[in-house]
Ligand binder design. Sequence first.
Ligand code: NAD
Length: 447
Amino acid sequence: MAEATAPPTEPLSPPHLSAKVFQELEIVKDPANLFHQTIEQVLIAAQVVGLRHHQQIILAQPHNEIMVHFPVLMDDGHHNLFKGYRVQHNNALGPYKGGLRYHPDVHLDDIKALAVLMTMKCSLVRIPYGGSKGGVKCNPRELSRNELMRITRRFCSAISNQIGPEYDIPAPDVGTNAQIMAWFADTYAQMMPEHERHDTLRIVTGKPVEMGGSLGREMATGQGFVNVLKEMLPELGIDLSDMTFSLIGFGNVGGWTARLLDACGASLVAVLDHTGAIHNDGGIDTQALSQFVTRTGGVGAFPEAESIGIEEFYSRPVDVFIPAALEQMITSQNAAMIEARVVAEAANAPTTPEGDLVLQQRGIEILPAILCNAGGVTVSYFEWVQNKSSVYWTAEEVDKRLNTHMVLAARRVKLARVKYECDTRTASYCAALEQIGKVYDLRGVFP
Ligand code: NAD
């Protein structure tokens, strides 16, 4: 059979050249910058797998960085100007895909980092998507429902020319949910000719089920996380059915993770969120806590547990410590306090490089985010496929397919760990980069 492409001629990159890539792209490295930290980790793995130099350069910067400003009418009658972002990192494997975040600390470089992680995650679980991320700098906790709706509609209209159901597909992330996706999809549809509107539902995933959402999407990140733990914990001598765990964050990801682990027999002993930290060594009732958080907005005042300080939270002994809130929360100081055998990252980029080093030095195994939280985007992909075909799957079918993707991704990481003799985080990036590298080798670079 004839070769599909000419063999690549560029030599493989020699090791330890991430500094050279930074220099070549004129990036002045700031150790505290999340984007720089993320690119550094990717480049280290790129050198381990021998990714070609030009591919490293491509992956070290997003394709597109979109920043918009838009006015919104507030309930009190005045107008506020909001800042929104959409960063499209890479689409070698398929349309750009990534969440929308509403948070007061949304910054361009953080969004860039999260877009890189989406590229890596989609590749690792072998779904045909690239990576993107977006967000609006705002505090959803201080906004009324109508203000949130108007912000969402104006943001959608501001970026509508740069996204599309076959081009860039947003989804929920921190501070956004299925209702926000519904407003987003409706706004996008209104901008299309009427006879094309029904086909634009795929512009976002994570929609309410009644509006084309997939069964199982809301719990998908938590479910995928549990599937990964089932595959990874036995080799570490931890039995999911009687392990203890603590959790940072009790939102979509943390809340579902807690309930699903609880259902497997695991025991939640401590939780920290933006309202405070609580513990109960006898095990926290995750269903009751979930109802409490829905009612009050946080875990802080939960009556069936004892309130504790942040240091006490971190130093509580558990089998598995699960960050499921924001980035860069596990610093070297916090890492020194953690008394766990495993840190399993449900949040994106929750561990700083310094924190990572301390955990490694203390012999604590780290299961990285691009593996652990890829269940959300996997079921988002299922939603998109169902919208495309207008054939809808049962919850059991979604669950089975999700499990297959997550288990295969976990096994891919284990294989990469042996093949490249590296830690689990590097191995996850290696398994993702192998796929992207192969596709770039096949496609070549136009012209
Ligand atoms: P969410 O908005 O539903 O919940 C965020 C949680 O973080 C809340 O419990 C909040 O109290 C907590 N939090 C905020 N600031 C905090 C602080 N300073 N200290 C402690 N806790 C704090 O968000 P989510 O969707 O659950 O996302 C959580 C993480 O998971 C993020 O990193 C997100 O990018 C990642 N993620 C989400 C999905 C998804 O499907 N939603 C998928 C993959 C990854």
